[in-house]
Write a protein that binds this ligand. Structure first.
Ligand code: IPT
Length: 994
């Protein structure tokens, strides 16, 4: 083997000349002018400069350059630890995303009308600043309605008791909307990319608004939102996400106040993995609805495309498998099959919902879903990269380094067969052929919609080639593509990256391990070819260099001469190897790093590349950088490196993996029972009297009853207590308690301190889970013994009312009642005087959705500063019997190495027949609801920051038991969900003790 002449000393010798710090970007990589338009060379940021944000029918145009927005949906409100926002955003950026899409949830920021809070975990400005610092564009989606599987679809609880019809032009509703938009836009306006304040490039109005599309109720509403957002200084293009490709709210369908060309059409799609990917792009093939042609002047824009799916209570969507089922049914191959089809259909603004799902903590989740919102997303709830990030990384890197993909026309179909002379239709193969009209680079997307693997016969650049197409998978191939100073004739492997580093071009191709690949380069004369790693065969004839290799790890082939003075390093990487290649752009040109599990940042200082990132197992560290680079810093350490024949610097020793993380057992539990509200003598004189006669709820007030709906008395989240006083029970044989909750609601009742029983809403199945209202009547018999007791009497009722319905269909369903609706007696009709009590004032730090109205919550038993001195010492497992509420508290200390990012969860398990549920408070933060006999969630992620990984923590569990079975907890333990050496610095989240 002949070692490359491009030795380290040659590199170092040109240091002074080669480094162009602060220069114009791509390091002169494409000086020959083969790339006409491209994305901005460096990542975007809050640079204080003016930028233009426009579009044409092909793509977004940022500062006049075409950019495919490759976006992942992330919700800051689903990760209550601002430091970790940077972790998630850096992971996405490193994996090839250039954009994030962000809902802002009105309810999360507004405890009461006129009150808007953007501090602490609600610091939207900090989130947007972090996105800009990470180099990500932002698509902002502040509603006012967002859906998103959150309480009331994002509407604040207080809005449920206001007059006016939501999601219409009703002025009563619009007045509140304006209040919200004023507040959120005040933050957003500081982070627009137009003036370099930040990186917001698109802004969404409303969400999947499918009603009133032709009536003034809808049109005036949309026109109002448009005008209001503009009046608030939002000057980036606006859009709406159509619920499917229907052409609703396309440009021209409502009044944009004389503005033209500043509004886009977008649509959402959540195809089932069992269907063939739909053709619904701007090429207009295959689809039946009007979206393809509704907006011919705007680029193909998938505002949401399913990257997973949510799982309702009971795990009904994935047959109890939970989010593992979501990730399994929408796996890496699903992503290639569906997202490459989208690109082939001309989609140029692409957003994957969700890319990091996170946690619907506290009372945030809509009643349909449980606490975890993992979503089966590419980055899991514990912030760990999953195999689904690999295809996203490959495609994202490709879009970044091959801007030819931002401008595509359809090209004539090419011949594709099943490899044995049969037709592609018979073999279930779909082929798309596209061309960039300027560079003449051609792209082919080949898709196999059948489960069997095939080897397809394809004509690529006029040559008949065999391409492996695994079952239910797809790949993108390029022909006539510039690789810098050489041109690719074709490759049967998918291109992933091209860049110029030092004095060579680098091109990366990728595919599944074990696949045979043929890569053909145009080379006027025979080049010198050196196989530096792996095995590959090569021949040169008729101006073409052919390289054959089987994919396995990383195959490196150095091509020198043969018509260009610039060497080309060809890297053929299987999926696993491709997931260890990290490209970062610096002002002096790109840096490519191989080895670590993650490279978060890369900066050039002098001739040293400073890298930050993560390792899990011991890893190589290999760096290709701009000319003259001669040193590497990894997370502040300075590994010794040597120059390689590949033109890189390689650390002489592997980077160490992550040290073991030890977690303590949870012990020394303290216990106390509550619900004094159920006792006859409890003093409720400070509670609110429930005597209203009318309500703005969509639930009718039953004749002869006072309004008992919790929201009407200002109790919008969590549990609510009622006490009904009456004088005489004679004749009463039963009591009927009508109530409305979301799924999983329940009610428990006591008469004069004696339990009457517990009634639960049925566990939903696949069909009923999406039903709008959960209303039921519980009838409890009154035994003669109870009936005989002397008055006055008191009926105590606790309702776990769950959350407000979403309002997806714009029918005010978020205004359905929560809590009791009517109380009658069999055999008697006593007059009841009602008092009601829910959550005390909103937690000023943890926000309005953190706690409800349990006695312990009102007394601060969930808070870390509460002194549980008099509580009883107990051990788990527990088997307490009785209807009602009790609490368990313990403390534990962690001592995780500050250089280790450990993701820790709390796991509860017990005999599934036991009817009880647990609310989990960590340091006062309500991190979720466990329902032992419903599931499917057993492990709850404890986000670092809320979790003190270096010190003391307080865990409080509020257990609500039906009384029909013994109640746990059974086992409660800390679980290590993942760990990495590296991570980001974590600032403790404020957790007031009392
Ligand atoms: C679409 C919503 O826009 C989004 O907020 C979220 O609810 C998502 O679905 C599902 O997770 S609604 C569409 C699937 C009908």
């Amino acid at each position: 083997m002949v070692l490359s002449r491009r030795t380290f000393s040659a590199l170092a010798g040109t240091a002074a000349l080669g480094l162009t710090l602060g220069g114009s970007g791509d390091g002169g990589a494409y000086a020959v002018g083969t790339v006409p338009t491209g994305p901005a060379p460096g990542p975007p940021g809050a640079d204080g400069r003016r930028h233009t944000i426009g579009f044409d029918s092909y793509s977004m145009l940022i500062d006049g350059r075409r950019v495919v927005l490759w976006s992942g949906e992330v919700h800051p409100f689903r990760l209550p630890s601002p430091s970790l926002w940077r972790d998630v955003l850096q992971k996405l950026r490193a994996h090839g995303y250039n954009t994030i899409s962000v809902y802002v949830s009105w309810n999360f920021h507004s405890p009461a009308p006129g009150h808007y809070d953007f501090t602490g975990v609600r610091d939207l400005g900090l989130f947007l600043r972090t996105a800009a610092e990470t180099g990500l564009y932002v698509i902002l989606r502040p509603g006012p309605y967002i859906n998103a599987e959150v309480d009331a679809g994002g509407f604040p609880g207080w809005l449920t008791v206001t007059p006016g019809t939501a999601r219409t032009s009703d002025p009563a509703y619009l007045a509140y909307v304006d209040e919200w938009l004023t507040a959120v836009n005040r933050v957003a306006a500081r982070h627009l990319h137009t003036d370099g304040g930040g990186t917001i490039v698109l802004y969404q109005l409303e969400n999947e608004y499918a009603n009133n599309v032709t009536s003034p109720l809808g049109r005036d509403y949309m026109a109002h939102l448009y005008a209001k957002v503009r009046a608030d200084g939002i000057d980036v293009p606006l859009f709406h996400n159509d619920k499917g490709r229907n052409g609703h709210w396309a440009p021209g369908t409502f009044d944009t106040h004389g503005e033209r060309g500043r509004y886009l059409y977008g649509f959402d799609g959540y195809p089932s993995p069992s269907e063939a990917p739909p053709d619904w792009g701007y090429f207009g093939v295959g689809g039946t609805k009007g979206g393809a042609t509704a907006s011919p002047g705007t680029p193909g824009f998938l505002a949401e495309f399913g990257g997973g799916w949510f799982d309702p209570w009971g795990g009904v969507e994935f047959d109890g498998e939970g989010y593992a089922g979501s990730a399994r049914t929408r796996d890496a191959a699903y992503e290639r099959r569906f997202y490459l089809t989208n690109l082939a259909n001309g989609i140029k603004v692409h957003n994957v919902y969700m890319t990091f799902g996170g946690t619907s903590w506290g009372w945030l989740p809509a009643p349909v879903v449980y606490t975890s919102y993992d979503y089966g997303a590419a980055l899991d709830e514990a912030r760990r990269p999953t195999p689904k990030l690999v295809p996203m990384h490959q495609i994202g890197q490709l879009l970044h380094s091959v801007p030819d993909l931002a401008k595509l026309d359809r090209a004539p179909d090419v011949a594709v067969g099943d490899g044995s002379g049969g037709s592609r239709a018979d073999a279930g193969i779909t082929a798309y052929h596209l061309v960039n009209p300027d560079t003449r680079a051609h792209f082919h997307v080949l898709r196999n919609d059948r489960p069997a693997d095939v080897v397809a016969g394809v004509t690529l650049a006029g040559e008949s080639v065999r391409v492996a197409l695994p079952g239910l998978d797809a790949r993108l191939l390029a022909t006539g593509l510039s690789l810098g100073r050489r041109t690719l004739r074709y490759s049967t492997a998918q291109p992933m990256m091209r860049l110029a580093a030092g004095r060579q071009d680098i091109a990366v191709f990728t595919g599944r391990a074990g696949e045979p690949t043929w890569t053909v380069l145009e080379c006027a004369s025979a080049p010198k070819v050196t196989v530096l790693e792996g095995s590959a065969r090569h021949t040169h004839a008729h101006g073409l260099l052919r390289i054959d290799a089987e994919l396995g790890g990383l195959t490196r082939v150095l091509v020198e001469g043969g018509g260009s003075t610039t060497p080309l390093l060809l890297l053929l990487a299987d999926d696993a190897a491709s997931a260890r290649l990290w490209r970062h752009d610096t002002p002096s040109g790109p840096v490519l790093v191989r080895g670590p599990a993650l490279v978060r940042t890369a900066d050039l200082r002098g001739t040293t590349v400073h890298l930050t990132g993560d390792t899990v197992t011991a890893a190589d560290l290999e760096v290709w950088g701009p000319r003259g680079v001669n040193g590497v810093v990894w997370n502040k350490g300075t590994p010794r490196t040597r120059a390689t024949a590949s033109g890189s610097l390689l650390a002489e020793r592997r980077l160490p993996g992550v040290p073991a993380v030890k977690l303590p057992a949870l012990a020394k539990w303290r216990h106390r029972a509550e619900n004094p509200e159920s006792t006859a003598g409890f003093d409720d004189s400070a509670w609110r009297t429930a005597d209203r006669r009318s309500s703005h709820s969509v639930t009718p007030v039953p004749a002869g009853q006072p309004v008992l709906f919790a929201d009407d008395y200002g109790f919008h989240y969590g549990d609510v207590w009622y006490r009904g006083h009456f004088a005489d029970m004679s004749g009463a044989e039963s009591v009927n308690l009508s109530y409305v909750t979301g799924t999983q609601g329940l009610l428990m009742a006591w008469l004069d301190g004696k339990p009457l029983g517990t009634h639960r809403m049925p566990v939903p199945d696949k069909k009923t889970v999406r039903q709008g209202t959960w209303a039921a009547t519980a009838t409890f018999p009154i035994t003669p013994e109870v009936r005989r007791a002397k008055g006055p009497h008191v009926l105590s009722v606790l309702v776990r009312r769950m959350q407000h319905d979403e309002d997806g269909a714009a029918r005010d369903t978020h205004k359905a009642a929560r809590g009791l609706t009517a109380v009658t007696f069999g055999g008697a009709a006593p007059a009841l005087r009602w008092r009601i009590q829910g959550a005390a004032a909103a937690d000023p730090v943890r926000g309005p959705l953190n706690h409800g109205g349990l006695y312990g919550e009102r007394q601060g038993w969930h808070l870390p500063g509460f002194a549980e001195g008099g509580w009883q010492s107990v051990e788990f497992p527990r088997a307490r019997r009785g209807q009602g509420v009790c609490w368990y508290r313990t403390g534990f200390r962690l001592a995780v190495d500050p250089a280790v990012d450990a993701s820790i969860g709390l796991t509860l398990a017990d005999d599934p027949s036991r009817a009880y549920r647990v609310q989990i408070f960590l340091n006062g933060w309500n991190l979720g609801q466990y329902i032992n006999d419903v599931g499917p969630q057993h492990t709850f992620v404890l986000p670092n920051g809320v979790l003190n990984t270096r010190g003391a923590n307080t865990l409080a569990l509020a257990v609500l038991a039906d009384g029909t079975t013994p109640a746990g907890p059974g086992t409660v333990r800390l679980t290590l969900l993942g760990s990495a050496a590296g991570g980001v610095p974590v600032t403790p989240v404020d957790s007031p003790g009392r």
